[in-house]
Design a protein around this ligand. Structure first.
Ligand code: 6R9
Length: 657
């Protein structure tokens, strides 16, 4: 796909969409922005009162006294699970379908709000009975199932802090998180179904827990999904289906402070160790609700489908919490977009009459490719007329993919919300509002009301529109990261660095604003974080994994653009035994790929492995990654290499296997 030079196409929200929209037109958007500007506390305080059930109302909106450790609605008490479930049942939505679950094999199960509440209560009672209490941390290592959502909601109900680990992560990655978070229990499943295959979960848990470092884990709760033979350790392991069987279907929620941590979610940073991003209860929930209303324009009749996994933040905000907190009906999908064929998404939209569809550019690009020579799996071969709104998340969506999505999936009638946000932001930050913002393919357009996004230079000074710079947020917002679990210093250094003055939130992305429209376009990460198929991967994390292999002396990891996955992982390796060639090199490359797959997870497997006798270094010994990036792209090195100690090495590294 050739990138377009200058994007001039503008797509206005359809008139009939504007009519019924939560934010109807740019004037309504500007009015909300002005209200926030005029009275920041009043703006958020009013919205928090209106959108959340408070057991005890808060008296103060924002506490900035210990900035950047901001506190929101702190003396108010509430409960996330109550807001998602009880509130709907009390409002008469008990029989409304909360979840339409479609399993990998196509089996459909529907769960009403009343049933969901009962299942969560039973699980919450069971957890309490085991001695798990408010403030305890619980790891959830599950795939996309109703039980996964029940487990998260049950933790929230009793004030336990959940930390979901993506079901594709390895035993080592899981162990690191269990230890760092200090988990007292792990909730998992025997296995998971993906693309017609049954994959293990419990066996990986056992491996993760096999070392003494996980000693705090007293309980492993296993949901039966695949029926795979597994070992159950007496005194530690119990079946989820057994422990809930005799529990009461009601459970008094734990009323927690709005600042009580709802969850911790690990994400990659620019240094080796993943960061445990800590979110609050009140502020987080408020933003999940508001963005469901503002960005997704959610209506009682909508069938909402977010294709993310609960292992990522998108699955937290737009599967487990947001849709339920607004009483929506949502689709939850266990499988993969290409099984049994690449028409699966379109088939499911048609079957369940989805009205809002939210997915990632990488999925769109792979489905463009798959349907380019197979009409049967092309969206045009399905009835997608139920759709009224599309969304995109995880990485920049290139204008070609945007146009294809708009025309072929949305029938040129559905707005696209290109939502820019992060694990740390809790919810959408910059996105078109579907009933207001004129869209330009490839631009996430404008910040949501109340979000003070800006672009600054390296000293923290505003740059004029048209000049690229560093994306920051100037004021705290309710759903922002509260700290890095166990590492408040790293929180301050990573997100509120001294160099920018200490009071700007540093997103870690570069961006540029259009001169005329002021629209934002994200230009990519400015740190050593790669974005592969919408998943964040720290280059350092992969490098430390590679050098932990007995064959490897040194390794450098860079990203290069990839048509399908956005970025691809390219690694340059120096082996202890010298530079391999021919078949030998291919063999070692496969071995290293599998090693990374096993140590971190399949999503971290490098696409391209190259060997050298050394790496290009400055005389002071710094690896020159900018040269490696050029080589990885297959471009000629035109930069100044005079500071390079060993220029000859570049020729070796250009050779791909
Ligand atoms: C929600 C999520 C965050 C990083 C972020 C940025 C990239 C996400 C984007 C986007 C351009 C968009 N990103 N959405 N870039 N346009 N609409 O993805 O969280 O996994 O923490 O990733 O993803 O680079 O900094 P997370």
């Amino acid at each position: 796909m050739e990138p377009l030079k200058q994007e001039n196409r503008v797509f206005n929200p359809p008139a009939d969409f504007v009519k019924g929209a939560a934010i109807p037109g740019m004037d309504a958007y500007k009015k909300l922005c002005a209200e926030a500007e005029k009275d920041y506390d009043g703006f958020w305080g009013h919205l928090a009162k209106e959108n959340i059930y408070w057991k005890k109302p808060f008296t103060k909106v924002l506490d900035e006294s210990k900035a950047p450790f901001y506190k929101w609605f702190e003396d108010g008490t509430t409960n996330a699970s109550y807001n998602c479930l009880d509130r709907q049942v009390e409002a008469g939505l008990g029989d409304k379908t909360a979840i339409i679950f479609e399993a990998d094999d196509g089996t459909v199960t529907k769960v009403s709000y009343k049933e969901m509440l009962e299942r969560v209560c039973k699980m919450a009672n069971a957890l309490r009975k085991m001695g798990i209490k408010s403030g305890d941390t619980v790891i959830i290592y599950m795939a996309m199932t109703i039980e996964g959502i029940v487990a998260m909601q049950a933790c929230a109900r009793i004030g336990a802090i959940h930390s979901v680990v993506f079901g594709g992560f390895s035993a080592q990655a899981l162990r690191d998180r269990i230890i760092d978070v200090g988990a007292v229990a792990v909730i998992t499943a025997d296995g998971q179904y993906r693309g017609g295959k049954s994959l293990p979960l419990k066996a990986i848990c056992d491996e993760a827990l096999s070392t003494g470092e996980c000693g705090k884990v007293k309980h492993v709760i296993v949901s039966k999904r695949t029926g795979t033979a597994i070992e159950m350790k007496a005194g530690r392991d119990v079946w989820m289906q057994d422990i809930v069987a005799n529990e009461a279907a009601t459970c008094e929620p734990e009323w927690v402070s709005a600042e009580h941590p709802l969850f911790i979610l690990y994400t990659s940073g620019s240094t080796g160790k993943p960061k445990g991003v800590q979110h609050s209860t009140g502020g987080y929930l408020l933003w999940a609700i508001l963005t469901m209303k503002w960005t997704f324009d959610i209506k009682p009749t909508d069938v909402f489908w977010c294709t993310a996994d609960i292992g990522w933040v998108t699955g937290h905000s737009y599967i487990t919490y947001g849709p339920l907190a607004v009483g929506a009906t949502e689709i939850v999908f266990e499988g993969v977009p290409t099984y049994p064929n690449a028409g699966r998404f379109w088939d499911m939209i048609q079957k369940h009459k989805a009205t809002i569809f939210y997915t990632a550019p990488t999925a769109i690009r792979s489905l463009i490719k798959a349907s380019s020579n197979d009409q049967a799996v092309h969206p045009k071969s399905y009835d997608l007329s139920s759709l009224r709104l599309l969304g995109s998340v995880g990485e920049p969506i290139n204008p070609e993919a945007w146009m294809w999505y708009y025309e072929n999936v949305g029938g040129s009638r559905c707005p696209i919300a290109d939502t820019f946000w992060q694990t740390e932001t809790g919810g959408h930050m910059i996105s078109p509002l579907p009933g207001a913002t004129p869209m330009i393919p490839g631009s996430c357009t404008l910040p949501l009301p109340g979000i003070q996004a800006a672009i600054v230079d390296e000293a923290g000074h505003d740059v004029p529109n048209g000049n690229g710079g560093i994306l920051v947020v100037k004021r705290p917002w309710p759903s922002m990261i509260r700290t890095i679990w166990n590492d408040p210093d790293r929180f301050v250094k990573s997100y509120f660095p001294e160099e920018l003055g200490g009071n700007l939130y540093l997103a870690g992305d570069g961006a540029i604003r259009n001169k005329e429209t002021g629209y934002f376009t994200i230009t990519g990460r400015i740190d050593d974080v790669l974005n592969v198929s919408g998943h964040r991967m720290g280059t350092m994390e992969i490098e430390s994994c590679l050098v932990a292999n007995p064959l490897v002396a040194e390794a450098a990891v860079v990203g290069r653009p990839d048509d399908l996955t956005g970025e691809a992982i390219c690694v340059f390796v120096v082996l202890k035994g010298g530079r391999p060639t021919g078949e030998d090199a291919k063999k070692v490359a496969t071995e290293l790929r599998n090693w990374v797959g096993k140590e971190i997870g399949p999503i971290a497997k490098p696409k391209d492995v190259r060997f050298g006798d050394n790496l290009p270094k400055t005389r002071s010994g710094k690896i020159m990654r900018r040269l490696l990036r050029v080589i990885a792209k297959g471009e000629e090195v035109t930069q100044d290499t005079s500071t390079l100690e060993n220029p000859a090495i570049l020729e070796q590294l250009k050779e791909s296997l």
